[in-house]
Design a binder for this molecule. Structure first.
Ligand SMILES: [Zn+2]
Ligand SMILES: [Zn+2]
Length: 321
């Protein structure tokens, strides 16, 4: 039997949205995502019409969805894109980068294409082999995460963007919340919330408009929009922090048993953090600066994590921030 869309009732439904119990046609599914994203942006004032926003895009389906929707709700003249090539053998992201180049050209959006090699003088592979030579066994994801953050903030700051927009989805955000809860790290828990303020005047605020969109929804959206993606897995994936990987599996199982669970967890933690933020009217102390490069660093530290990481493998460059 043919099932018609639960919203418009006219078109054949193609997407079963388990968490809402609705079957939707492509058009209504797309409109649902656009509305939810727009609501989330305005609810937390992630960006306003005057903001110059920098989208950090890796090239996958989440990037596609973010760009596709954000360019519809924000002045394209005030959007820029940054894409960073890590430099990992066998993980050639030429295809991923190609559609971003095309899209930025078609939409008239500024594209800043850079790489670890350009910024530090070394590709991620080269950094990892220096690490292995020193028998440090640091996870490549650690270098990657810290460097990406540094590069994105540097570009946003030096090019005068007022917000950084990332493509993290609901699945990512719930994993992050739970990781911080399991570690008892209240500070980070609060920092993950969209209303938290940056801890340094040198940091450009990062926002995540897709934070209430399920990962499966970004895949479905990309498919219905005809975006062909083949997620090439990063070869370093086996070094990925295990806690996040395990949480991911547990959460899939919970969501399967009770659709809507991820959204409920996110909203519950959001409410908790919002109450805390109100209560404390947090008086934030500006973060201290790294004695080597000047970048903001944690309260208890003298140097920043990036300088420490690179110092251990004897890359002694003073990177901008
Ligand atoms: Zn419909
Ligand atoms: Zn430093």
């Amino acid at each position: 039997m043919v099932k018609y869309c639960d919203i418009c009732g006219r078109t054949i439904a193609r997407v079963l949205q388990k968490h809402s119990g609705r079957a939707l046609c492509d058009k209504c599914f797309r409109e649902d995502l656009v509305t939810r994203l727009r609501d989330e942006v305005s609810r937390y004032r992630m960006f306003t019409p005057s903001d110059r926003i920098l989208l950090a895009l890796s090239g996958g389906k989440d990037s596609f969805v973010l760009l596709d929707i954000v360019r519809e709700i924000h002045d394209t003249g005030k959007i820029g894109i940054i894409t960073i090539v890590e430099g990992v053998e066998g993980y050639n992201r030429a295809d991923d980068v190609f559609w971003i180049i095309e899209a930025s050209r078609n939409y008239g959006i500024d594209l800043h294409l850079t790489s670890f090699k350009e910024f530090t003088g070394f590709s991620l592979d080269e950094i990892v082999s220096l690490d292995r030579l020193k028998k440090l066994e640091t996870s490549p994801c650690t270098y990657c995460g810290v460097l990406r953050r540094r590069i994105i903030n540097y570009y946003a700051r030096s090019l005068g963007y007022s917000k950084v927009v990332t493509a993290h989805n609901l699945d990512d955000e719930v994993q992050t919340y739970l990781m911080n809860l399991l570690r008892g790290d209240e500070g980070r828990l609060i920092q993950t919330h969209p209303l938290s303020s940056t801890l340094s005047k040198f940091f450009i605020k990062r926002v995540k408009p897709l934070r209430k969109i399920y990962e499966w929804e970004t895949s479905a959206y990309a498919l219905t929009r005809g975006f062909k993606f083949q997620e090439v897995e990063c070869p370093y994936i086996r070094f990925r922090p295990t806690l996040r990987a395990e949480l991911r599996n547990y959460l899939y199982e919970l969501e399967r048993l009770k659709p809507g669970t991820l959204l409920k967890i996110l909203e519950a933690v959001d409410r908790y953090v919002e109450r805390e933020l109100l209560k404390k009217a947090l008086k934030l102390t500006e973060l201290p600066q790294c004695s080597i490069c000047g970048s903001p660093t944690a309260y208890s530290r003298n140097t920043c994590i990036l300088c420490d990481l690179l110092g251990k493998i004897e890359i002694n460059t003073k990177l901008p921030f």
